[in-house]
Design a protein around this ligand. Structure first.
Ligand code: AMP
Ligand code: MG
Length: 504
């Protein structure tokens, strides 16, 4: 596909806007005052057929600061509902987001959505705005997750302004443009179920199936076609994707922070980056969202919360299926899918050829020693690759930073390593081969809070270079780059006081 140098050449196809009016409100964005382009992402642009030179045009800044419509677009705010922190919250909806339109790309269609573009009928008590701080965090995290190979919405552009926005202090406004094949959430389904509108619920489910899960439409060979069948198969497919996503998150020490059902993508993508965090020192019960005082969304709770959220989705589908037992059966694959994906990922992270009996105990031993030492999550796995297991292997260079160095209780770390070495020797995999394989799955660089914070501080001074540097690194977080040693280190002392909350 030849890349276009202006937005005029984009091909749009606004399928969500073609749904009945009840699904959204037509709204135009409220433009940022005196906007400047902080960053634009040529990788995401290429997905919609846009050439890098298009990103520096005045037209690009106009459209993604909300001043001019997307050519061929149909701007709207979508309605949805959801459970927030375990409690039914009723109607929510795009309170500060706006779908500009859906653009055709070579690998499929992408919806382009502004976040922070002003009031909508769903803004409730909010101001419809987003601050630069949280917009930089969302922009970076989307691309960092993609670099890790984890399903996620993408980020196309980040535009800022001096317009004041009141949070705990006065901050400044920004708009991040996100891209996703769809922004439909579990809460989109809950909305029509709670409104007792099975007709619209069916329209939504059919839309999602036909566009994103066409394989769920026909009954598998040997099974009778029923009216409920496609919806049950949809639930089973979303269950699988969600379980796999949870395994992805766990394996990199990612905490989402606000796993409400309105933030759960029907496509199994990581959606809505607010008070998320990549763990530094490992704490199994780590809660990244300062506002989550009960720890509902702690790291070790995420897989169970994913399941709980799927139950809410299943409940929302009940009017279409009318069979609780069948819905339960569709959810039943969750645990096995999660465990299987998690074991596969952890075996690779540990450098094993495959997961085998007994590995659970070894892994739990590692979690335990990491937890008690608050050992760095990312570096623990990365340095494990360099642990020599062969008899007579040379000792590490005296200045090399080793696995044990991450542990205050070095004896405990060594005791665990003894079992690890034993397991690796059984595998019969040469150290060099194991190390290379481990380096391909254990990132050296992750979007640590303090790295995002440095990028935010620079962006506030109108310096986007730190965002650019981080994106370069996080696009391929597995390859060590000379000169970037500080990006691979545990956080400095000042980072201890950083807090992220729902305020964004
Ligand atoms: P979140 O948990 O951040 O995904 O947001 C939950 C709900 O609050 C969604 O309906 C958002 O659109 C809405 N919301 C969050 N922040 C704002 C804001 N500043 N103005 C309007 N609506 C907001
Ligand atoms: Mg949300």
């Amino acid at each position: 596909m030849k890349l276009a140098s202006t937005l005029q050449s984009l091909r749009t196809d606004n399928s969500f806007a073609a749904l009945p009016n009840a699904f959204y409100s037509r709204v135009s964005p409220q433009p940022l005052g005196d906007p400047w382009l902080v960053h634009a992402n040529p990788e995401a642009a290429a997905l919609i057929g846009l050439a890098p030179e298009a990103l520096s045009t005045p037209e690009f800044l106009d459209v993604f600061s909300g001043a001019r419509p997307l050519p061929g677009g149909a701007p709207l705010a979508a309605v949805y509902s959801g459970h927030q922190f375990g409690v039914w919250a009723g109607q929510l909806g795009d309170g500060r987001a706006l779908l500009l339109g859906e653009v055709q790309g070579s690998g499929g269609n992408w919806e382009l959505q502004l976040k922070g573009s002003g009031l909508t009928p769903y803004s409730r008590m909010g101001d419809g705005k987003a601050v630069l701080r949280s917009s930089v965090r969302e922009y970076l995290a989307s691309e960092a997750m993609h670099g890790l190979g984890i399903p996620t919405t993408r980020a196309l552009a980040l535009v800022a302004s001096d317009d004041p926005v009141i949070r705990e202090t006065v901050e400044t406004a920004a708009i991040v443009t996100r891209m996703s094949p769809s922004f439909v959430r579990f809460g989109s389904f809950e909305h029509w179920a709670s409104r007792q509108r099975p007709d619209l619920l069916r329209v939504l489910a059919d839309y999602v199936i036909d566009r994103f899960y066409p394989e769920c439409r026909p009954a598998p060979a040997g099974e009778a076609a029923t009216e409920a069948g496609p919806y049950l198969r949809l639930l089973a497919a979303v269950t699988r994707k969600t379980a796999e996503l949870m395994a992805d998150w766990q394996a990199v020490g990612f905490c989402h922070g606000v796993m409400n059902t309105d933030n759960m993508s029907i496509l199994g993508l990581t959606l809505d980056y607010g008070p998320y965090g990549f763990m530094d020192g490992f704490d199994a019960h780590h809660v990244c969202n300062h506002s989550d005082t009960a720890g509902r969304y702690a790291w070790d709770a995420q897989p169970a919360v994913g399941h709980w959220n799927l139950y809410r989705l299943a409940g929302a589908l009940l009017p279409l299926v009318q069979d609780e037992a069948a819905l339960r059966a569709a959810l039943a694959g969750y645990e096995a899918t999660f465990v299987d994906a998690f074991h596969r990922k952890m075996a690779a992270k540990l450098g094993f050829r495959q997961w085998q009996a007994g590995d659970e105990e070894l892994l739990n031993g590692l979690w335990s020693v990491m937890h008690h030492n608050r050992a760095d999550f990312t570096l623990s796995f990365r340095r494990l690759a360099e642990v020599a297991t062969a008899d007579g292997a040379p000792a590490p260079a005296p200045d090399a930073e080793t696995f044990e160095d991450l542990y205050a209780d070095r004896e405990a770390a060594r005791a665990w390593l003894a079992g690890y070495r034993e397991r690796v020797r059984q595998d019969g995999r040469p150290d060099a081969e194991r190390a290379a394989a481990m380096h391909r799955v254990n990132p050296l660089y992750v979007l640590r809070n303090h790295l995002a914070e440095l990028a935010i501080r620079a962006a506030k001074e109108r310096d986007p270079s730190e965002i650019d540097r981080l994106l370069q690194l996080l696009r391929d977080p597995y390859t060590e780059r000379p000169g970037y040693e500080s990006y691979a280190r545990v956080p400095p002392d000042w980072a201890g006081s950083l807090q992220v909350s729902c305020s964004s």
